[in-house]
Design a protein around this ligand. Structure first.
Ligand code: TRP
Length: 379
């Protein structure tokens, strides 16, 4: 690593390989990652957290294996570039597991139970009293992911905030006890609320695979169109002339996340801005179909290059694995350096610690010579 690289701030994010990535991921963090990898102030790591995915899928490893490649394809498809960002796989960095062991001693079970993200995930999964230990402790393993790479920034959604907060606590305890080795991380949240929590097409909650309300990055154009046309709008807006409501109106919410001024000139020249479109809808006289067709045109434009890049990598799966393997090798070196520092700080790097050996030799030399002196006296 040259000195210029060292001065860069580190960004790191991961995704669990439990399904293909969708528009929620895209506006929440993927779009940002593509932008940030070109920023010369940063060095970015992007990884697939298969170990974390196993914490609640231990009995279904096939699912994780299948989705590892799907997530890798989605990363490359959106434009995360292995030449600019290091893309790696969590399970290929055993150093992370060891770091987790040391951090576990700094976190109480009570603190884990108080973590709001964990709390709600335990509820969603219906674990009851049967929470896998690995699941309960994944925030600690996530702290290892982040600190191993000295990451200062973690781009992600607000649901990750409690985990990053817990990471900061671990960093502070560690640095207090063992010396200042670890970097405290902060989140980079999406700029607006819509991107923070993109709702699903049914309007019933956040876009998610489990709710079946997602538009996937890999969806075909006809599927995207069908999903857009089926979006939940305003149930009171029965006739075109009726005044419409924007609250909870999914096409309008998506327009906030995707629409740019130039889209109007291109696809809907009767309007100049989103505000104008919204006002017309509220007044009455604007049909849902027009809004949906406009949104569909925008999404098709945004997703087409993504689909094409995906198709290229789909035809070159071995290349995708090679990218992951190379990235993992590079990442492992960095994690190994941090681990070494951590072990040294804790004081368990016994065998290459000349000072330690000298200290104990001196201690016993002293004891020996004192004993010899005593013996002389008593004689
Ligand atoms: N918890 C993240 C998710 O639910 C995945 C993840 C694992 C992660 N380790 C991380 C994200 C470190 C950011 C930084 O998808």
């Amino acid at each position: 690593m040259d000195t210029k690289e060292q001065k860069k701030e580190i960004l790191l994010t991961g995704d669990r390989p439990t399904g293909q990535l969708h528009l929620g991921h895209y506006v929440g963090t993927l779009r940002k990652r593509v932008e940030l990898q070109d920023d010369p102030r940063f060095k970015q790591y992007v990884f697939i957290s298969d170990l974390q995915a196993l914490t609640d899928n231990a009995r279904d490893p096939e699912k994780i294996r299948n989705n590892l490649i799907e997530v890798a394809l989605d990363y490359l498809a959106v434009g995360i570039d292995p030449k600019k960002s290091t893309i790696f796989v969590q399970s290929q960095i055993p150093e992370l597991a060891e770091l987790t062991m040391y951090y576990m001693n700094l976190v109480t079970l009570a603190r884990l139970h108080r973590n709001p993200t964990i709390k709600s995930e335990i509820k969603d999964r219906g674990f009851g009293d049967n929470i896998p230990t690995g699941f309960m402790t994944y925030p600690i393993s996530q702290a290892a992911d982040i600190t191993a790479f000295n990451a200062k920034y973690v781009p992600g959604g607000e649901d990750q905030e409690p985990i990053i907060e817990q990471t900061r606590e671990i960093v502070r305890s560690f640095n207090n006890i063992y010396g200042k080795i670890l970097v405290e991380p902060y989140m980079i949240l999406p700029g607006n609320d819509v991107c923070n929590r993109l709702p699903g097409i049914d309007g019933k909650g956040k876009m998610s695979k489990s709710l079946g309300n997602a538009i996937y990055l890999a969806d075909e154009p006809s599927v995207i169109k069908k999903k857009v046309m089926s979006m939940f709008t305003d149930p009171l807006h029965l006739r075109i002339e009726d005044p419409g409501h924007l609250e909870g109106n999914i096409p309008f919410i998506y327009l906030k996340a995707f629409c740019k001024p130039e889209h109007f000139a291109k696809y809907l020249p009767e309007y100049k801005s989103l505000t104008e479109l919204e006002q017309h809808y509220q007044r009455g006289g604007l049909g849902d179909g027009t809004v949906k067709k406009f949104l569909n045109a925008i999404l098709q434009e945004e997703l087409q290059p993504i689909r094409e890049r995906r198709q290229f990598y789909q035809a070159n799966i071995e290349l995708v694995y090679n990218i992951l393997e190379d990235g993992s090798k590079e990442a492992r070196k960095v994690a190994a350096e941090t681990l070494k520092k951590v072990r040294r700080a804790i004081g368990i790097e016994y065998f290459d610690d000349a000072e330690l050996k000298r200290t104990y030799q001196n201690k016993y030399n002293n004891i020996l010579s004192q004993a010899a002196a005593m013996q002389k006296k008593t004689k």
